[in-house]
Design a binder for this molecule. Structure first.
Ligand code: PLP
Length: 450
């Protein structure tokens, strides 16, 4: 052993390549590098680990591989496009696939939402949507409308805009001194005392939407540009909107002319058994941010989908020249556009959104079969999403959830833990037997974790 190996503080495993140089995102780097979990291949519903085990993907990667892994038509489309045209600049130039994908998306989107601005991620989509909201109000002659309203426990990515409107304390506190100034947060809607063990949308809590009226009263509607929320909050533990809540938020925004943005980065592309959460809940926003499932996560891509009127106001009412001073080198990248078109075709030809809807009640039964398992204080489900909330250990929030995740991984199923909630959101191609395997594994894991 060389002295440099002896000196290495963390990289103690016999792993190639070295684990030291990579600074991993949203990861406890030191703990991971001491006991890495490496994935080396994936197909359909399974990952293969570096030590050759098959792991059932209960989370569609990170809520994104909605059609299952390494689908032949999608990988072929990417490969073909890479050899035809690898890249084309998106500023003052175009290529047909980006236009085609925008058109295909517009066909899928709720009525009235028919323009698409591409970026590379959910975070970029969120920051883009916030900028479009500001540009819209400026163009309408109401430049004082600059305030954004987000929500506690909201996650909108990691840009400064998304971090500001987001409501996760841990994500905000290292950067708190420089977040956007004119932002407020409504309370979240999670109410265990009244709604524990709800199937689908909880009954109680439409009145949480009244907090928007209170913020309007405080600041004046004429200062508020937009409200942004996840229709179902994923990252903070699967928070499902109570019945009537989204309807109330929509009505309040309408009454005061405030734009409503849905962050559909997780809920888009069939996750809830409909194309988008807007369709599932029948409440349509003014803009939607999407990413993840848009390309089945094969090539990074995100997008803002905007109502006709917003595009019309910002673009068609502008003087000649560039109308929106915003965009990315890789907006509508040819490989992402090719992947997106092939992905939408898989969704359509295999009827995957309908498949998710048809599995919803089987899924719900499986989720609620965990009632009575050790530590479980709530079970939530909607579409093909489950939240299994565990009682936190006193003084050690998150440890029980994380240990459950580790145990499930060891037992061959990938789940996600956020604090002490276990989230499941499998690819929409999941089979009933695989659903059974997921919940049996979680049940076994819960019995082994103290
Ligand atoms: C609702 C929501 N918005 C935005 C993001 C950020 O997306 P990305 O990680 O692609 O930047 C995520 C990621 O999980 C998300 O769940």
């Amino acid at each position: 052993m060389t002295s440099s190996t002896l000196d290495a503080p963390i990289n103690a495993t016999e792993t190639h390549p070295s684990l030291e140089e990579l600074w991993m995102p949203f990861t406890a780097n030191r703990a991971f590098k001491r006991a890495p979990r490496m994935l080396v291949a994936a197909k359909d519903m399974h990952y293969t680990t570096a030590d050759g085990r098959q792991v059932l993907d209960g989370t569609a990667g990170l809520w994104c591989v909605n059609a299952g892994h390494c689908r032949d038509s999608i990988t072929a489309a990417i490969r073909d496009q890479a050899s035809i045209m690898d890249y084309a600049p998106p500023f003052q130039m175009g290529h047909p696939l980006a236009f085609e994908l925008a058109q295909e998306l517009a066909r899928m989107l709720p009525e009235g939402i028919d323009h698409v601005f591409f970026g590379n991620s959910g975070s970029e989509a969120v920051d883009t949507a916030l900028k479009i909201a500001l540009a819209y109000w400026q163009s309408k002659g109401q430049p004082e409308r600059v305030r954004f309203i987000g929500r506690a426990r909201g996650y909108h990515g990691v840009g400064f805009g998304g971090t500001s409107v987001g409501g996760i304390e841990a994500n905000r506190k290292q950067f708190a001194a420089q977040l956007l100034p004119a932002v407020d947060h409504m309370p979240h809607t999670h109410d265990l005392s009244r709604n524990a063990f709800s199937r689908g949308q909880p009954t109680h809590g439409a009145e949480f939407a009244d907090s928007l009226d209170a913020l309007i009263e405080k600041h004046g509607a004429h200062t508020i540009a937009a409200v942004i929320l996840e229709p179902v909050a994923g990252s903070t533990g699967v928070l499902i909107p109570p019945k009537g809540y989204l309807e109330k938020i929509r009505a309040t925004c309408d009454r005061h002319g405030i734009l409503l943005i849905y962050d559909e980065v997780i809920t888009g592309f069939g996750r809830l058994g409909a194309a988008f959460a807007a369709d599932k809940f029948g409440v349509i926003p003014d803009m939607m941010t999407v990413a993840k499932g848009i390309t089945n996560a094969t090539v990074p891509m995100g997008a803002v989908c905007a109502r006709h009127e917003i595009y019309d106001q910002v673009v068609n009412n502008a003087p000649a020249g560039i109308e929106l001073f915003h965009g990315y080198t890789y907006s509508g990248h040819p490989l992402a556009a090719a992947a997106g078109l092939a992905t939408l075709e898989v969704y359509r030809s295999e009827g995957l959104f309908e498949r998710a809807a048809s599995l919803e009640s089987y899924w719900a039964d499986a989720v609620h079969s965990l009632r009575g398992s050790p530590h479980v204080i709530d079970l939530r489900n909607i579409g093909l999403v489950a939240g299994i909330e565990l009682e936190a250990r006193p003084g050690a929030v998150g440890t029980r959830g994380f240990e459950t995740f580790l145990k499930c991984f060891e037992l061959g199923v990938m789940v996600r833990s956020t604090a002490d909630t276990i989230a499941l959101s499998p690819p929409l191609i999941v089979e009933k037997a695989q659903i059974d395997q997921m919940f049996e594994t979680v049940s076994t894991a819960l019995r082994s974790v103290d």
